[in-house]
Design a protein around this ligand. Structure first.
Ligand SMILES: [Zn+2]
Length: 227
């Protein structure tokens, strides 16, 4: 069983970047935890919407079969300082994570950049650290892909839990999510994919458990269903 920690600066960042991959981890029996660094105080909607955004995030985490941790930091003020690194370190210690997903470092949003940098410091001893794409990511050259053909509708359901963002932000468009997944899928020669740029990714070549071997043909049968 893998122990996965997905880190995002704001509510809905993780779902957009790697929500379907987290669903695949959950389906594989892995322990999945989300760490959301801020409450999204400066996102679309007024300040009183923060309570609502927290409830949305909790609903989305349940949809993904994931636990949820809050970093307790203030939206738009993140810096990759010792306090921010410590927030990620505490989450890593609490979850004993061996796989980390986090923002790509090159991003126009300062909170995303700071979260990526803090996570890289906190996860300096881990062998699997992968960066996901956000709508504000700049340079992004993914080389690692996850087949999410079976989990794309679940990702959309998790994003749907963030109603305040889906309705008020052009950054969260279901059409764009599906198109992006198909684009990365074509790059990876599969159906729909989420894409990752790893800082480190150690392949596990241990023999697959018998049930996993048997599951492969079924998974492949799902691929021709994409349109
Ligand atoms: Zn964000």
């Amino acid at each position: 069983m893998r122990r996965v920690l997905a880190v995002g600066a704001h509510p809905d960042d993780i779902e957009l970047g790697c929500g379907a991959t987290l669903l695949a981890h959950s389906a594989a029996g892995d322990a999945v935890t989300m760490l959301v660094m801020t409450g999204g105080e400066n996102g679309p909607g007024d300040d009183t919407a923060v309570v609502g955004r927290r409830a949305e995030q909790e609903r989305a985490a349940r949809t993904l079969g994931a636990g949820l941790l809050w970093g307790g930091l203030r939206d738009c003020t993140l810096t990759p300082d010792a306090a921010t690194v410590a927030v990620v370190e505490r989450a890593l210690a609490e979850t004993a994570a061996d796989v980390v997903y986090v923002h790509a470092p090159d991003d126009s949003h300062q909170d995303h950049r700071a979260t990526a940098a803090a996570a890289l410091s906190a996860a300096r001893r881990l062998s699997r650290v992968l960066h996901y794409q956000s709508p504000s990511t700049l340079t992004f050259s993914p080389t690692t892909f996850v087949d999410v053909t079976a989990y794309l509708s679940g990702k959309l359901a998790a994003l749907g839990a963030h109603a305040s963002q889906v309705e008020m932000s052009a950054m969260v468009e279901p059409d764009a999510v599906v198109a992006s997944a198909r684009h990365w899928g074509a790059q990876a020669r599969i159906g729909y994919a989420e894409a990752f740029a790893p800082t480190r990714m150690v392949l596990d070549l241990a023999p697959a458990p018998r049930h996993a071997v048997q599951a492969v043909p079924e998974a492949h049968r799902l691929i021709p269903t994409f349109r």
